[in-house]
Design a binder for this molecule. Structure first.
Ligand code: F0G
Length: 464
């Protein structure tokens, strides 16, 4: 007998229409947006894969919980439900609510990090890097060597480079206020860090007497992938694996817009009562009173319920099966896609996809624009537009390490047929890839240029 297909373990009670557009309409929209997908009106997008952050669908139980939100300024029972849910998932005693992940980072690094200090991570997300730098510190990226090769199918590309960490802890002894690990490693393709690697990082931190924190945005996806890929963990519940991972750490920052299954929210959770006290004092100045921290009571309720649902094994099985399905179909068609499957996004290797487009003509941006024109799909370039740097001596532009296009899949939002449509659009662009032109930048702000820059599509090259 055939294996049964894995179905979406939910049915749909409320729908949001998608405006179906044709290529001519999309050309006009893109022109108007300066060929920058961030500048498109989202109602002109058919399938929006710009981010998995805050874009998931809430469950009926979450919407019901929203109605129980208590909006009292102080002592809201909604906070106590939120605190209990965070404690249950993470085991951390002290819970500080924040409006989203970067606010938690701002509080933590503002408290622990100062000028001349170093914070190692597998790879810092842009906001963790920015908050460390804003506190005067240096953000060190120490991904494992396997993560550099987009073709390598190593199962734990989210691991930290242990030798690199050991060296950094020695070299900067006394100047490392904390070590962080991002699970899953978003910047490296949503790849998981193994339990073994997490344990080894913990041991190095203990030896150096440095606290160990997790950037836990996608903790449930990490725990699921670890359980799936570490044979010794077969038969364990994802919840218990997630808890074992949290047990290694001294605290975490969290954007509840990902594995909190909410549209907004976040928190900081720590073991130390003393640190929690200090964090709460800062919280009152910038975010709000310690029992709401920038969130409404109804948001706290939605996150509390979301943290329960995200560890549901049927949900995680469906989510990761759906990701695997996309990657396998694309790989079978010969399309350069980052392997193995990550937790929240599919990454196309645009440098190999559009091998006729030179790095100076931004193949990632060129491919992202083409996916929109072909099928109304909005993705995100993670390549030289976003991460390119200027050489301080020569003023020349240095390309990023990779030219990737990220297709981030919102949680519980799109169906299997949307994913089949996505695959078909990518395959069509692949078939006529040599017609896809490179792009040039026509205007760009000095910082975070990818959000606002204008682009021009260059005249198409003839097919070869
Ligand atoms: N850490 C990681 C690993 C993230 O991916 C993000 C957000 C944050 C921290 C910050 O959280 O947005 O709630 O302030 N990532 C989103 C993305 C924006 O599209 O990958 P936030």
């Amino acid at each position: 007998m055939n294996q049964l297909p894995i179905i979406e373990p939910f049915r749909i009670k409320s729908v949001e229409p998608i405006a179906v557009t044709d290529r001519a309409e999309r050309e006009a929209c893109l022109e108007h947006a300066g060929n920058n997908l961030f500048r498109l009106a989202s109602n002109n997008v058919m399938i929006d894969l710009l981010t998995d952050s805050g874009t998931g669908a809430m469950s009926s139980a979450q919407w019901a919980a929203v109605m129980n939100g208590d909006e009292s300024y102080a002592g809201s029972p909604s906070f106590h439900r939120f605190e209990a849910a965070v404690r249950k998932a993470t085991g951390f005693e002290h819970v500080v609510p924040t409006h989203q992940g970067r606010a938690a980072e701002h509080l933590l690094f503002g408290t622990l990090v100062g000028p001349g200090q170093f914070v190692p991570n597998n790879t810092h997300f842009d906001t963790t890097r920015a908050n460390i730098e804003a506190a005067g510190g240096v953000a060190l990226d120490l991904p494992c060597a396997e993560s550099a090769d987009t073709r390598e199918a190593y199962p734990f590309k989210g691991n930290m480079d242990l030798e690199g960490l050991e060296r950094a802890l020695l070299q900067h002894a006394g100047h490392v206020p904390l070590v962080m690990l991002t699970i899953t490693n978003n910047a490296a393709g949503g790849q998981p860090a193994s339990l073994q690697n997490l344990r080894a990082v913990k041991a190095l931190c203990q030896r150096a007497q440095v606290p160990f924190y997790l950037d836990a945005c996608r903790f449930a996806e990490n725990a699921f992938l670890v359980r799936d890929r570490e044979p010794k963990l077969a038969g364990r519940s994802v919840r218990s694996v997630a808890r074992e991972i949290f047990d290694l750490a001294d605290g975490c920052t969290m954007s509840a817009k990902k594995d909190g299954l909410a549209n907004i929210g976040g928190f900081l959770a720590v073991r130390s009562a003393e640190l929690a006290q200090e964090l709460r004092q800062r919280l009152v100045v910038t975010e709000g009173f310690p029992t709401y921290g920038g969130l409404s009571g109804r948001d706290l309720e939605a996150v509390a319920q979301g943290l329960e649902e995200v560890l549901d094994e049927d949900y995680l099985t469906y989510r990761l099966a759906s990701m695997r399905y996309i990657v396998q179909r694309l790989a079978t068609a010969g399309i350069p896609v980052v392997q193995p499957t990550g937790g929240h996004a599919v990454f196309l290797d645009a440098a190999r996809f559009l091998e006729h487009v030179p790095r100076t003509q931004y193949p990632g941006q060129a491919l992202a624009l083409e996916l929109y024109l072909e099928g109304g799909i909005r993705s995100c370039e993670i390549g030289s537009v976003m991460l390119g740097r200027t050489d301080p001596d020569t003023g020349a532009e240095l390309p990023a390490e990779h030219e990737l296009v990220r297709l981030a899949i919102p949680r519980r939002t799109y169906t299997q047929s949307h994913m089949d449509y996505l695959i078909e659009i990518i395959c069509r662009v692949w078939e006529r890839r040599f017609d896809v032109p490179g792009v040039e930048i026509t205007s760009a702000p000095k910082v975070l240029r990818h959000f606002q820059a204008g682009f021009r599509r260059l005249p198409a090259r003839l097919a070869v």
